[in-house]
Write a new protein. Structure first.
Length: 255
């Protein structure tokens, strides 16, 4: 859904009565880090003063005398953000006044607040796209025909797909967060963490990066032969190891 003027109202705006003097509202300007002052007379909107234009103005000057020309353009609260930007540009102004359907003042959109809203929308769109891509990835992994087990550099299981649940006969919530050695019989249980550390220290693979046969341990204590390919995966600054394998009991019996 496209953003509108109402989504980009600036919070760096001060309200001033037309007869107020610059020095009388300076503290509020500084606290808010304001870029504009919206000027009213008896509650009715008069105009906008860009505070950048007041830097060399005597502090006793009143705001009503500082209203800029050309006038700041006015837009409806539901005006698409792109049109708001065009209105500001065409008017040679630095902001646009936002009005509701009753022509009541709602707020002000400045170039800064417009760009901030647009950037936030873009970030949210990218986040949604990333989350959607991640969901698709997890769906592919979860329903893959081969068992997939992902561990961190400490050997802790991070992901365990449905095929892995069937092969090892463990539901994923029983294994995620525990050491992968629980899926191995002795003596491999005791040796596995040493394999990882040796690889990290030497970068010489014994099983990482290779496809090899190994022995798996099911939840009922029985063992079975499996073929597993373990690869190194980096996600940002994090290091993981992804094992993809199959139960090869049938093949072994046939041999």
């Amino acid at each position: 859904m496209s953003l509108t003027a109402g989504d980009a109202l600036s919070d760096k705006v001060v309200r001033a009565e037309g007869e107020a003097r610059l020095r009388d509202v300076m503290s509020e300007i500084q606290v808010r880090g304001a870029s504009h002052a919206v000027v009213f007379d008896a509650g009715r909107f008069r105009g906008v003063v860009r505070l950048l234009d007041t830097l060399h103005v005597a502090p006793h000057r009143i705001f009503a005398d500082l209203i800029r020309t050309p006038a700041v353009p006015a837009v409806r609260v539901d005006t698409p953000l792109e049109e708001v930007g065009l209105s500001i540009h065409r008017g040679g102004a630095a902001a646009a006044v936002v009005l509701d359907d009753s022509d009541e003042f709602v707020g002000l959109v400045t170039y800064a607040s417009l760009f901030e809203a647009a950037a936030t929308e873009q970030q949210q769109r990218l986040l949604v796209q990333a989350e959607s891509a991640e969901q698709r990835f997890h769906s592919v992994v979860d329903y893959a025909a081969e068992a997939i087990v992902v561990i961190d550099r400490g050997g802790v299981i991070e992901a365990f797909n449905r095929a892995a649940e069937e092969v090892f006969r463990h539901p994923s919530d029983e294994v995620v967060g525990r050491n992968v050695s629980m899926l191995m019989p002795a003596p491999y249980q005791q040796e596995h963490d040493t394999y990882i550390q040796r690889f990290l220290d030497t970068r010489i693979p014994r099983c990482i990066g290779l496809r090899r046969e190994m022995v798996g341990l099911r939840s009922d204590g029985t063992t079975f032969p499996m073929e597993m390919h373990v690869s190194e995966v980096r996600d940002g600054g994090e290091l993981f190891f992804c094992g993809i394998g199959n139960d090869i009991s049938e093949r072994k019996r046939a041999e």
